[in-house]
Design a protein around this ligand. Structure first.
Ligand code: GLN
Length: 276
């Protein structure tokens, strides 16, 4: 069954990322258009140009490095559909999650698609398009953990991915000294498996992938509210913003985004994520 095999593939990939530790950190990797020197790429925003997307490809099934060493997943497919509508060529750069907004501001990239949650502080720095999906923060714990709900997190060592909403919410709620930051989700999960931390707070879909790829872990729901994922674009890049936002609206209306999400998160697989 095709859907199942894709879901299984993303789990296997999550597992291989855990084993190899690849796809994270600060390594920049251009996964398309190998012949292009991205340093000489003109600023995009018009037909025939290059749409330079930034992401952090340790966040399956939204983004991960596939067997061809290319960034794949929901966000890559949505970005390809947007680029297609705009008559642009898509170029994807993999970088640390907390480098994405600075990369937009320094015009190193044109757009972020990274399962990025719309957040008021971020919205002061970048423009968010209409939301295209939702997520929720969950807690990953060892199966025999004494943590049963967010109420039990007080005084525990909590692993997060640096700069994510999980990081910001846990730092606010439990204090910085209890929050251990990692470059990506797989590194946080590896620290959990080694007993260096007591839990990992991270978005639900990557959490499912990490737990499926590792023995002895389970997921608890948190009381945190649903989050909206959207594309982010630099404040001054208003022309591109209007074009991308219109493209996202059209791709939502014609069912393209729903079918991309369904391809990676089959609804018969019990997912809570939906097209926004
Ligand atoms: N949704 C979370 C955030 O925006 C995590 C995103 C990610 O790690 N790619 O902070």
């Amino acid at each position: 069954m095709k859907k199942l095999s894709i879901a299984m593939l993303s789990m296997v990939l999550a597992g291989s990322m855990l084993l190899t530790g690849c796809g994270g950190g600060n390594t920049e990797q251009t996964t398309t258009d190998e012949g292009t020197d991205s340093a000489t790429t003109e600023t995009a925003g018009t037909e025939g140009g290059v749409l330079r997307m930034g992401t952090n490809a340790t966040f399956p099934p939204y983004e991960y490095v596939d067997e061809n060493n290319e960034v794949a997943g929901i966000d890559a497919d949505i970005a390809a559909a947007i680029a297609d509508k705009l008559g642009m060529e898509l170029e994807i750069t993999d970088m640390a999650f907390d480098s994405l907004i600075p990369a937009l501001q320094s015009d190193t990239i044109d757009i972020v698609l990274a399962g990025m949650t719309v957040d008021p502080e971020r919205a002061e720095q970048v423009n968010f398009t209409d939301s295209y999906a939702t997520g929720v923060q969950v807690i990953i714990v060892p199966e025999d953990s004494d943590i049963a709900s967010p109420d039990d997190l007080e005084g525990k060592n909590i692993g997060v991915q640096t700069g994510t909403t999980g990081d910001l919410q846990c730092t606010d709620a439990y204090g910085q000294e209890f929050v251990k930051q990692f470059d990506n989700g797989p590194l946080a999960v590896a620290a959990l498996l080694n007993g260096q931390i007591d839990c990992v707070v991270i978005d639900n879909e990557p959490a499912k992938n990490y737990v499926a790829a590792n023995e002895g872990l389970k997921i608890l729901d948190t009381a945190y509210a649903d989050e909206d994922y959207a594309a982010a674009i630099a404040k001054e890049d208003t022309e591109l913003f209007e074009q991308v936002n219109t493209a996202i609206q059209e791709l939502k209306e014609d069912g393209t985004i729903a079918s991309i999400i369904e391809k990676y998160i089959p609804s018969d697989g019990g997912s809570e994520d939906t097209a926004a």
